[in-house]
Ligand binder design. Structure first.
Ligand code: ZN
Length: 385
């Protein structure tokens, strides 16, 4: 099954590129192609005597093909009405189909940024059900995720709907006016689409009808994979997660770390030696090799002395023991890392624990502006001074 995607204005072209970037790696029975990559057919002339003529006609065809391609762009840009009629859209699609030499079985999905007369997300042409348009404008008003995902949903689902409904006569039979979380939910209110993006499902009667219409199970399976990928990007959780990927960290006067944006109780308490090393790396804006720690002995002594409250001699001994033993440093760093992961999970913890940084050496990747150490440092005024 081949789905050729077209889009001609700047907005449409941008979203087309994003769509292809998202859909193409999700390999399967449905092939998504940029309509501009469709090569014009070349008429093969078997007789060697006609070879030259054949080449010439190919050049002419290519020329026409390019010429017409631009004329299509112009048509779209020059529509003045603001709202496109379906007739206008479908007429254009029929024209594109022949300009780009699409096969009859190929689906043509045209992205249309302008509003359409009935304000539908997508619709297929009754006379040519393989011509489908998908509206790409105004999505940000209805979904919290990136608009790429609801558009990708419509682009992926629409050819199946067209095969399933076989002209709109079956439409009323299978469309769900009351949303049930199936790809054929009508979604009269645009905000309802979020529901089916998150269920990524097809109900049994719809699935049976798809099989009855002889849509291959490989294609249906591929559709499920695409919907599942869209689902992951559309969950309330994932939207929230992306926004909250970093949190400010408030270090209280006892040295406890509070991840204020991740939640009230999200906190990490490290024993003095681990906390000292963490605070040390926090004060370093560049990475530090394990073996270079000794160079910073004075600072480490000040930090550890303040946090442990031990006498100076034992503090110096502990710091020297640590700073001259790379394997001990590694062990302390890995204990800190485990603490962060156990509280924040691997993904969120990444920027916060001490780790090997790009370009060598160790450090903390998180932006220092996220850290509020005022309470902690006020409590130990000489700590870093
Ligand atoms: Zn259904």
């Amino acid at each position: 099954m081949r789905v050729c995607i077209a889009g001609f204005t700047e907005e449409e072209d941008t979203i087309k590129k994003e769509l292809l970037k998202f859909l193409i790696p999700l390999n399967g029975a449905v092939e998504f192609i940029d309509v501009k990559d469709m090569q014009p057919k070349i008429i093969k002339v078997r007789n060697i005597m006609f070879d030259e003529i054949s080449q010439e006609s190919t050049i002419l065809r290519n020329y026409n093909y390019r010429y017409h391609r631009f004329s299509i762009d112009d048509d779209i840009i020059r529509t003045d009405t603001g709202v496109l009629s379906w007739k206008e859209i479908f007429a254009k699609m029929q024209k594109i189909r022949s300009e780009y030499y699409l096969e009859d079985a190929d689906f043509l999905v045209m992205l249309v940024d302008k509003p359409n007369e009935h304000n539908w997300f997508s619709a297929f042409d009754d006379d040519h059900p393989n011509n489908i348009f998908v509206h790409t404008g105004e999505w940000e008003l209805f979904v919290s995720s990136d608009k790429l995902y609801p558009i990708a949903y419509e682009v992926a689902v629409a050819p199946f709907r067209s095969l399933m409904f076989e002209h709109s006569k079956n439409f009323e039979k299978f469309i769900h006016h009351e949303p049930i979380g199936c790809m054929n939910d009508f979604c009269e209110h645009k905000s309802e689409i979020t529901f089916k993006l998150r269920t990524a499902d097809i109900c049994s009667p719809c699935l049976e009808e798809m099989l009855a219409q002889e849509i291959s199970s490989q294609a249906i399976f591929h559709l499920f994979q695409i919907l599942d990928e869209i689902r992951l990007h559309s969950l309330f959780f994932s939207t929230h997660f992306k926004r909250g990927l970093v949190s400010r960290v408030k270090i209280d006067r006892h040295g406890k770390l509070h991840f204020v944006d991740f939640g009230k109780d999200v906190e990490i308490e490290l024993p003095p030696q681990q906390l000292s090393l963490y605070v040390f790396y926090l004060t370093m804006n560049s990475s530090v090799e394990h073996l270079e720690l000794f160079k910073h002995k004075a600072l480490l002594v000040r930090i550890y002395g303040s946090l442990s409250g031990g006498d100076r001699e034992s503090v110096i001994k502990t710091v020297e023991g640590l700073a001259t033993d790379a394997s001990k440093v590694r062990s302390v760093i890995s204990k800190i890392k485990r603490q962060f992961i156990s509280v924040l999970g691997e993904k969120l913890a990444q920027g916060y624990y001490i780790t090997e940084l790009e370009g060598g050496g160790h450090g903390i990747a998180a932006d220092r502006e996220l850290f509020d150490t005022s309470a902690f440092l006020d409590n130990s005024p000489k700590l870093l001074g």
